[in-house]
Structure formats: C-alpha cells, structure tokens
Design a protein around this ligand. Structure first.
Ligand code: FPP
Length: 253
C-alpha cells in the first residue's frame, strides 16, 4: 500500500533506496550568515532532523543513518560540545512518543561510553523503548568514527581467531561487516552531504563502498523534504552497476 507522500511524489516505489545516510553539514555557516551563535544553527538543524525522519517514514525508507556527532567533534569548544549534547538529549526524549507512534527503532552507532552519563542514559532508554519497532530504523551516529569502527571490528575478529573460535580463512567481507556497528543492516544506497563539501569525513567508509553520493550546497538547517524528494528523483535516474557492465546488448541467442 503506497503512502500519500509516495502517491503524490511520482517516485517509483520499487526503486527507493532502502538505506539513506546523511552527513548533516553547515549548521555553523547557517548561523554565521545570520550573525548568530553556532548553537542556533544546531538548534535549527535539529528541526531539520525531525522533518527528514518524518519524510523517510512516510516514504517507507527502511533505514536512515544521520551523522550527528563525530569522534573528531569532541575537539570543538567545550561550550559547543555541551550545547550539542543537550540538544541530542532533548531530541532523544522529545522524539520518543513519535518514534513509538510511527514504529521507528532508534539505534546509536558509535562510542556510547564517551557520551555524558545523562545523554547515554536517555539514548539507552529510547533504544530500549523502541527496540521492537519494525517500520523503520533511525541510526544516530554519535561519537562515531568509521576508522575506529573498523578497528573495533578487527579487534573483535582477532580475539576470536586468538581464541580459536575462528580460522583466518573464515575472515570474509561478510564476517567483517557482521562486526561493524551496522551489523545486520543493508549498506547505504544513497549518501547525501549538505553544505557543498565533497568529503566523507570518516563516515561509513566500509558501508558506502557502492553508495550513490549526492552533494547539495544547501546548508543542513535549510534542507527540506522537497529537496529530499528531488534528490530521490535524481537517485532513481542513476544507473547502479556495482562495478559490472550494463546488459543492454541483445543476447546472441
Ligand atoms: C555539522 O555542522 C553538524 C554537526 C557537527 C552536528 C549535527 C547536529 C545536528 C544537525 C543537530 C543535532 C542532532 C540531532 C540528531 C538532534 P557544522 O557545525 O560543522 O557546520 P559548519 O561546517 O558550517 O561549521
């Protein structure tokens, strides 16, 4: 059954990305342009998060992964880190009823142990409350770094080899993927980065091997559901070959 959003969008339901990942960049510049404190940009950015989560749920997108705080972001001024943590905590509490109502499961990807105790607690509560929800998965990448994630996976695999629970020959791509924070989830089909920067910034390096990448100049707080629809329309026109050749030639037989 198609949702209203899908029916009116003109999108092909069979060609929707299963997993969308977003590098939400440009909050600081959004604020600077308005002579505001950077934190105002993050606040406005939080509102954009709510509307994109809604849009994904309405369209029936199964997984949305948002880069909300990187391992490198700890090096920002203390006041900005603390404001971001408070915003995240607020989001984790205030969005809980809607996540429940819409059947969205929240997961945190990253070093949970580095988060302040109160944020970690709210994250655990929301993850626990939403863990049986099956309509969509919302991954928040918090204190996330892809290289760290890969190191963690390598350590876990090495321990199993040392304990002789695994042989070296058992180490396949699938086995490595099964030890990442995203274990059990499909890889992103579509990676969006706002604010016009052409970088991956240590985000889902393994998982985005075949993701279609879209960079928009829009700053994250200005990113809307309409622009998201335009990107999805564009995505559906891309020819995803996964390194193979397209079979457009008539066959010999
Ligand atoms: C990058 O913009 C954005 C971040 C480091 C944080 C992203 C956080 C939010 C969108 C709000 C809180 C998130 C949730 C899930 C409630 P920037 O500060 O690097 O911008 P700049 O490059 O223009 O300085």
């Amino acid at each position: 059954m198609k949702s209203d959003a899908l029916q009116t969008s003109g999108l092909d339901v069979d060609k929707l990305p299963v997993h969308v990942a977003i590098i939400m960049d440009g909050n600081g510049r959004w604020a600077k342009k308005r002579l505001m404190n950077r934190v105002k940009g993050h606040e406005k950015g939080s509102q954009a998060v709510t509307s994109i989560v809604r849009a994904c749920r309405e369209l029936g997108i199964q997984y949305l992964t948002l880069y909300a705080f990187s391992t490198e972001n700890w090096a920002r001024p203390k006041s900005e880190v603390s404001a971001l943590m408070q915003l995240l905590k607020k989001f984790l509490v205030s969005e809980r009823p809607e996540l429940m109502e819409k059947g969205i499961c929240l997961k945190v990807l990253g070093q949970m142990e580095r988060l302040p105790e109160d944020v970690r607690q709210k994250a655990c509560e929301t993850m626990d409350a939403t863990k049986e929800n099956r309509q969509m998965t919302l991954n928040l990448a918090l204190s996330y770094g892809s290289r760290q994630e890969i190191c963690d996976a390598v350590q876990a695999v090495a321990q199993k080899v040392a304990a002789k629970d695994l042989a070296v020959a058992d180490i396949t791509e699938q086995l490595v993927a099964d030890h990442l924070y995203t274990a059990g989830m499909p890889d992103p089909d579509l990676l969006i980065r706002t604010s016009g920067e052409f970088r991956l910034s240590n985000f889902l390096l393994w998982q985005c091997a075949y993701a279609e990448i879209f960079v928009t100049h829009t700053l994250w707080p200005d990113f809307t559901g309409d622009e998201f629809m335009e990107i999805l329309t564009n995505y559906q026109k891309r020819n995803r070959r996964f390194g193979k050749v397209e079979c457009s030639m008539p066959s010999d037989g």
